[in-house]
Design a binder for this molecule. Structure first.
Ligand code: GLU
Length: 493
């Protein structure tokens, strides 16, 4: 198995990829990398009516951001590609005539037929089925037309599709690598369309023609495709090809155990990027949506995921997408980053903040990072936690300057004395500041919490901030002095 693994991620560019799509990509990629096989990206854009123009670049960006590289597939939106089995975009493959040729072969061998039913007739048929509480299924009217009738329909210029002639009896079974033996009664399967009247293949035909020609060994995809699989198995049979092995991934659920959707919050992967999740944390998190090594290990770097990944450990039951767990995991990855790396990653988020003047001084930032590294859960949040370090002026609410159990006079006096201490103090590191200011509380008859609280609001503009003396040391003498002076003014005014 080590050399023959070829797997693919085959998204349809009909929307911005959501975490479920990318989870499928990740599982395929981990499987390929574990076995030293090939991971292929194929774009299934045969449903031309549902194309979303920005979807392809979002697919490429999502994979690249997460660090999922593909051995074969498109390399840009314009259709360049790498790999020996291209093109990898189905609309470009259509030109090669493969889909049409196999549809024709299936017709010639009695496995498919032309259907001339109008959309109106099909709608009518569906309505009737609904009224009679029957499952939706093509009623096979065109399956047994005489040659004369076919010639007449064609002559009349009727729009034609090609449908697959599903065997009328029997069962179709396949062995799913995750869910075991799965059996479908053929009579429940629809004579699905293979080729549409616009000459494009449907998903079903294009998907299996390409999986076969790209020599795909394993199809690893979401559970929603289980019901398509027996039809694919029958198509492989009809074409005389060996089907790949199938593995269907468990559904991703929201915390309320319903299928993950927009109403559970962000579902597009790129939104998580924009919220400041680290790709390595996201990869770790996505890998655990339906896969586990054991019942305790949660943190895996990329190498460990590749090392441990196996289809045997994919679960059957729905996987819960828990945002709090993702935030926890992201915080953990952030805490483990070297300071300069975290600074580099925070920088674009700080630059986006309207409250932070540009350019952001890098050496100053490098001194701020250790003060927030323990607390930040997402990179986007880091702007709000650090903007006071950069701001020209901060908002010093006089009411906030006056701590519990103090009055305005007391706060004013405390700040004036603190100003004097700081001016007279030679050192400006955290230790020197604490040495000068801690005794002041006693001198003033204040609790340290009161004095430090007032000072914190004066120098940061907020009640909660990183440790006071470290923060003051990073802010520097000039900024601290002018902010305390401004706070005194605010209290006087
Ligand atoms: N184009 C299908 C999708 O959008 C691919 C399903 C499959 O992997 O076969 O998910």
């Amino acid at each position: 198995m080590t050399t023959s693994v070829r797997v693919r991620f085959a998204p349809s560019p009909t929307g911005i990829p959501h975490v479920g799509n990318i989870r499928s990509a990740l599982f395929n990629w981990l499987f390929a990398r574990h076995h030293g096989g090939a991971f292929i990206l194929r774009i299934e854009d045969t449903d031309q009516a549902r194309l979303v123009p920005e979807a392809l670049s979002a697919i490429l960006d999502s994979l690249s951001w997460l660090g999922i590289d593909w051995d074969e597939g498109p390399t840009d939106e314009k259709g360049s590609s790498r790999g020996d089995f291209g093109p990898y975009i189905q609309s470009q493959r259509k030109e090669q005539g493969l889909y049409q040729a196999f549809a024709r072969q299936l017709i010639d061998e009695g496995h498919a037929y032309e259907c001339y039913c109008t959309p109106e007739r099909l709608t009518e048929m569906r309505k009737r089925q609904q009224e009679q509480k029957q499952p939706p299924k093509y009623d096979e009217r065109c399956r047994n037309l005489s040659d004369e009738e076919r010639a007449r329909q064609r002559g009349s210029g009727a729009a034609t599709v090609v449908r697959f002639a599903i065997p009328l009896e029997g069962k179709t079974r396949f062995s799913d690598l995750v869910r075991g033996e799965i059996v479908f009664e053929n009579e429940t399967l629809d004579d699905m369309v293979l080729l549409k009247s616009d000459g494009f293949p449907t998903y079903h035909l294009a998907n299996i023609v390409d999986d076969h020609h790209m020599e795909i060994s394993h199809v690893i995809r979401a559970e929603e495709w289980v019901s398509s699989t027996p039809r694919h198995v029958l198509l492989y049979e009809a074409l005389g090809w060996d089907p790949p092995l199938f593995a269907h991934l468990p559904m991703i659920l929201g915390p309320d155990r319903s299928k993950l959707s927009k109403r559970h919050g962000a579902t597009s992967l790129l939104e998580y990027r924009d919220e400041g999740f680290l790709p390595e944390a996201m990869m770790n998190f996505l890998a655990l949506l339906g896969w586990a090594l054991d019942d305790k290990t949660e943190i895996f770097n990329q190498g460990e995921l590749i090392h441990h990944f196996s289809i045997e450990r994919i679960g059957k039951t729905g996987a819960i997408f828990n945002r709090e767990k993702l935030e926890w995991m992201n915080g953990l990855y952030i805490r483990n980053l070297p300071v300069h790396d975290l600074a580099d990653r925070m920088l674009p988020f700080l630059e986006k903040s309207a409250d932070i003047p540009k350019p952001v001084p890098q050496d100053y930032l490098a001194r701020i990072v250790p003060l927030v590294q323990e607390r930040v859960k997402t990179l986007a949040e880091s702007a709000g936690l650090t903007d006071f370090f950069f701001a020209e002026s901060i908002n010093q609410d006089p009411d906030a300057l006056v701590q519990k159990g103090m009055d305005r006079e007391g706060a004013l006096g405390a700040l004036e004395r603190a100003l004097g201490k700081i001016e007279g103090n030679a050192g400006f590191d955290a230790e020197a500041l604490e040495g000068a200011l801690r005794p002041l509380a006693e001198e003033l008859g204040l609790k340290t919490g009161q004095l430090f609280g007032t000072l914190r609001v004066a120098v940061t503009g907020r009640a909660a901030a990183p440790p006071l003396f470290e923060t003051m040391a990073v802010l520097g003498r000039d900024r601290c002095l002018s902010r305390i002076a401004a706070a005194i003014k605010a209290l006087e005014g």
